[in-house]
Design a protein around this ligand. Structure first.
Ligand code: MN
Length: 376
């Protein structure tokens, strides 16, 4: 099995989400949790911002984690000097490679971009850093230019190229083609950095891996600019279950970490969130609940304990008699007769429609007691 490196940027790209700020204490806790999960490299922040940001990066370095600690930089020597001062072992050196960015944001030329990148990379190399050269907006860059950029980066000492789908406009088919071409023509290690504007961040990251990318950039809960990044928990679980590449992460702690980051970022997890949402193992519809009760594999792609969740049989409008009977037996040790279950079901449905939601356990008990009373 080929080695894949997971690079988490919750503390950098994740915090760049509009409206999100982590306290330094939260950053330290998140870094520790990421390390315990098995993340290989943590992008800890942008040192040149100074103040708390710089302090947090230094403090994370001092934790002495197993993970490599990377600082993010523009292709500017003073940025890299600020990262070095924090004691990081790796730097990301970022500059745009698309014409739209070069002309309308940097207001310069392709040659100047190459020159700045080479200068910054050469400097970082002399300082003994592990280097990721980030091609910002790589997905909208001219491929011939990107190949030249990657070759120059490698020559200057870059260890890998971060291929950024900065505005999230790739699809998995295009991603596969682009990454394959890039690797064939340059031989450089590639990190996927994908955004979720069209809901394809995780799929594109996996397509990149299939095409030969060796590194995947992620954030917890997919936190990040606009629609966010590829989610750590999605990428790791998809690698394990769909691509059969088990990175030996402590996946049973995913829910704990997701919930911590959700609270710290003030961005609550939707119940339907892939992998860690509270609905992942909640079954209401009669057919599904019946199947899941007989054998969970009928309606679950992996086990709830794999990520730290629990299976739930939800009783509501779409329930069937099998779930009602199972619920009473499993949770109250009460064996319910078939005709009782049928009557319960019609009462449950009426109330669920009335309330426009599924029912709480307490409500179920009331309905049941009411029913018994009326039959006396
Ligand atoms: Mn990004």
């Amino acid at each position: 099995m080929r080695h894949l490196t997971i690079v988490d940027t919750t503390l950098r790209d994740g915090e760049q989400t509009a409206g999100v700020v982590f306290s330094n204490q939260e950053k330290l806790r998140i870094a520790r949790l990421l390390d315990e999960l098995g993340v290989h490299q943590i992008e800890a922040g942008v040192a040149v911002m100074g103040g708390d940001e710089k302090q947090a990066i230094s403090d994370i370095v001092k934790l002495g984690l197993k993970a490599s600690i990377m600082g993010w930089n523009r292709a500017v020597i003073s940025d890299i000097e600020a990262s070095l001062a924090c004691g990081v072992d790796a730097v990301a050196i970022s500059i745009s490679t698309s014409d739209i960015h070069i002309e309308h944001k940097l207001m310069t030329t392709r040659d100047d971009v190459l020159e700045r990148m080479v200068k910054a990379t050469t400097f970082a190399k002399r300082e003994g850093m592990y280097i990721s050269v980030n091609a910002e907006d790589a997905s909208r860059s001219d491929m011939d230019y990107l190949v030249e950029f990657a070759k120059e980066a490698k020559k200057a000492g870059a260890n890998r190229l971060r291929y950024c789908d900065t505005v999230g406009i790739l699809d998995p088919f295009k991603t596969y083609e682009n990454i394959k071409t890039l690797i064939e023509k340059t031989g450089i290690d590639v990190e996927m950095h994908t955004h979720d504007d069209f809901g394809m961040a995780t799929a594109n990251a996996l397509a990149g891996v299939k095409a030969g990318a060796t590194h995947v950039g992620v954030t917890v809960n997919g936190l990040g600019e606009r629609a966010g990044n590829a989610a750590l928990e999605e990428v790791v679980m998809a690698l394990k279950y769909l691509l059969k590449t088990d990175l030996s992460f402590a996946t049973e702690r995913f829910v704990e970490v997701s919930e911590y980051v959700a609270r710290a970022s003030g961005r609550m997890l939707p119940p339907w969130k892939s992998i860690v949402g509270s609905n992942m193992f909640a079954h209401e519809s009669g057919i599904h609940a019946d199947g899941a009760l007989k054998d969970p594999r009928t309606y679950e792609a992996f086990r709830p304990e794999d990520v730290g969740l629990e299976r739930q049989i939800v009783i509501g409008k779409h329930s069937g008699t099998a779930s009602i009977k199972a619920k009473f037996l499993l949770e109250y040790g009460k064996e319910m007769k078939d005709e009782e279950a049928v009557e319960m079901l019609s009462r449950v449905r009426a109330l669920a429609v009335d309330m426009k939601r599924s029912l709480f356990d307490k409500e179920l008990v009331y309905i049941y007691e009411d029913m018994l009373k009326q039959h006396k």
